[in-house]
Design a protein around this ligand. Structure first.
Ligand code: COA
Length: 331
């Protein structure tokens, strides 16, 4: 695609579908080396081959060479178009503008001079670059900080499916959501996005426009989406949504282990009722339901800078942050 020659390294960006044998061999060597030297991290599957990283069709590699065959650092990324406006506020919601996701879990960006300028010029419609790195990868985290990235959110994992005792519930009750709760749940979804806006530059107000409409939500509830509501005096004061799916054991780079994964999609309590145990009761109910379904683990994305939903809060329920998502605005 294009090439620049900074002081010490030759840096190039290449589509994964156009990798030469030399590229491939050098990338595989760097991946293997990084895999061998990265301490085992719970829930992190590091790839050993470039083919395990991304679908060749939409992927690219930025390679920094310090000699003919000496690849000193690499970043591999995939281009994706956001198309999941549902609940994943942290994924950013803009179905029109393309974004770049880059997995640096297996490489260090520390030695690459200005790699993102190349990405910017090669993919001019990219609005932001998202990098997911294991929390133990301090070298890459430091490099990203220097390159202007900010740590935006965590993927926190709760291993196993141990039983979670339900707390005593005073004055409110928890029940499965029904179709007629859809309007109240939609309001809470807006609230939940608004709660993220002050501390995440990448939760856009577009998330509010493209959120589930009330009819869509009602349909999803009727079709079996897993949502619980907290009710006080016949009013919905909180909601939680979970899902579950199988993560295949196919050797590809994934941020979570293979097996049956439970996901806490989102949880929100009406501001006036926060701090009274409603959120805990919702989370414990949802975890019990996931445990009954025998998930192998559960994960949640939560903001790195949101005082309403901290690591400390999620640790109360056994969630431990394992990956960080770093973001750079390149508009
Ligand atoms: C996160 C949220 C659901 C928690 O609901 P809540 O009803 O206030 O939580 P609880 O009252 O059950 O809190 C349980 C305990 O955690 C503590 N806690 C609550 N929020 C906390 C936080 N942000 N950091 C650390 N501890 C926290 C409470 O003090 C309480 O401790 P205690 O049992 O010792 O009194 C609520 O703050 C919320 O709706 N936030 C906005 C939406 C959001 O950010 N959602 C998360 C992303 S999906």
């Amino acid at each position: 695609m294009s090439t620049v020659a900074p002081q010490k390294h030759l840096v190039e960006i290449v589509s994964l579908s156009e990798l030469s044998l030399r590229h491939r061999a050098a990338l595989n060597a760097i991946l293997l080396r990084r895999r061998a030297t990265t301490p085992a991290l719970s829930g992190v599957n590091l790839p050993s081959k470039v083919d395990d990283v991304a679908a060749p069709g939409n992927g690219f590699a930025v390679l920094a060479w310090s000699g003919e065959n000496n690849l000193s650092a690499a970043v591999i990324g995939t281009i994706f178009h956001n198309s999941d406006p549902g609940c994943a506020a942290f994924e950013g919601v803009n179905p029109v503008v393309s974004s770049t996701t880059m997995f640096t879990s297996a490489y260090s960006v520390a030695n690459i001079p200005q790699p993102f300028d190349l990405i910017r010029s090669s993919y001019p419609d990219t609005d932001r670059i998202t990098l997911h790195i294991p929390l133990g990868d301090a070298v890459t985290a430091t490099a990203l900080g220097h390159l202007g990235f900010t740590l935006d959110s965590f993927l926190a994992l709760r291993a196993g499916s141990a039983h979670t005792p339900l707390p005593s519930v005073n004055g409110f009750n928890i029940r499965a959501a029904q179709g007629q709760d859809a309007a109240k749940i939609a309001n809470l979804h807006v609230q939940h996005i608004e709660d993220q806006l002050p501390t995440s530059a990448f939760v856009s107000t577009a998330a509010l426009d493209s959120r589930d409409g009330v009819e869509d939500l009602e349909k999803r509830i009727r079709e079996g989406a897993t949502l619980y509501v907290a009710e006080y005096d016949k009013t919905v004061i909180g909601v939680i949504e979970t899902s579950q799916f199988d993560v295949p054991n196919d050797g590809k780079l994934r941020r979570t282990p293979h097996g049956r994964a439970g996901v806490v999609q989102w949880v929100c309590v009406v501001p006036e009722y926060r701090g009274r145990g409603v959120g805990s009761a919702l989370i414990n109910t949802a975890l019990n339901e996931l445990n009954n379904s025998q998930v192998d683990y559960t994960y949640v994305f939560h903001g790195a800078n949101n005082p309403l939903s901290t690591s400390q809060f999620w640790q109360r329920f056994g969630f431990c942050p394992t990956w960080g998502t770093w973001e750079l605005n390149v508009e």
